[in-house]
Write a protein that binds this ligand. Structure first.
Ligand SMILES: Cc1cc2nc3c(=O)[nH]c(=O)nc-3n(C[C@H](O)[C@H](O)[C@H](O)COP(=O)(O)O)c2cc1C
Length: 185
């Protein structure tokens, strides 16, 4: 019987305030717990991609685009990335918007991000809600947020949604469920 080595995975993140890094770390930890060979890096310290089968790449959204370091990385490595299994996630406010208008707005992928997704052609793309602290947000931005159904501030992250996405990635690589791993030889 031939045994297939587990795929080599890299999880990369671009963050300004840390919430994208936490989500990347959660996914990395979940995959490692399932027995995957996975590394976690800030996108500015990404390792050489040779030998990597799967790259999971996350960026915070600022001004309706990825963080500049994530856009630059994807642009510079596009040719290398297109023959890998890529999963892309962004972290912003849209999934936290409520009400008919807020939900409609939340479903619209910002134009520049949509263009990046088309270029990278990831296996999967998702936007997760992040963190939004009220302090320091201008009156105009607060009003717009409220009108779009943004009712809450603070940590808006949805760990159940992150777990489900990680399950999807693991299933696509036929990795076992975390609780199915035996600690005994
Ligand atoms: C300067 C700035 C601009 C932002 N612009 C957007 C935006 O255009 N769309 C959005 O959904 N969220 C936007 N956000 C919200 C962030 O994406 C959100 O707070 C996220 O959790 C940040 O991730 P991080 O903690 O990894 O930096 C912005 C936040 C800041 C500070």
């Amino acid at each position: 019987m031939t045994t297939h080595p587990s795929p080599r995975i890299v999880v990369l993140y671009a963050t300004a305030q840390g919430s994208t890094r936490d989500i990347a770390e959660f996914i990395w930890d979940d995959l490692v717990t399932r027995g995957a060979r996975a590394e976690l890096h800030d996108i500015e310290h990404a390792p050489d991609l040779s030998g990597i089968d799967t790259a999971i790449i996350g960026s915070a959204i600022h001004n309706m685009d990825l963080l500049p370091e994530a856009s630059a990385y994807l642009r510079h490595n596009l040719n290398t990335l297109t023959d890998k299994d890529i999963w892309l996630f962004t972290v912003g406010l849209a999934p936290a918007l409520r009400g008919p208008i807020g939900r409609w707005v939340g479903r619209q992928v910002p134009r520049k991000i949509a263009a990046t997704v088309r270029a990278v052609r990831p296996h999967g793309y998702v936007e997760f809600p992040g963190q939004y602290e009220r302090a320091g947000v201008s009156w105009g931005a607060r009003t717009m947020y409220r009108l779009l159904g943004g009712a809450r501030y603070g940590d808006l992250r949805d760990w159940q949604a992150v777990q489900e996405w990680s399950d999807q990635i693991a299933a696509s690589m036929a990795l076992p469920r975390a609780q199915a791993i035996s600690i005994h030889p």
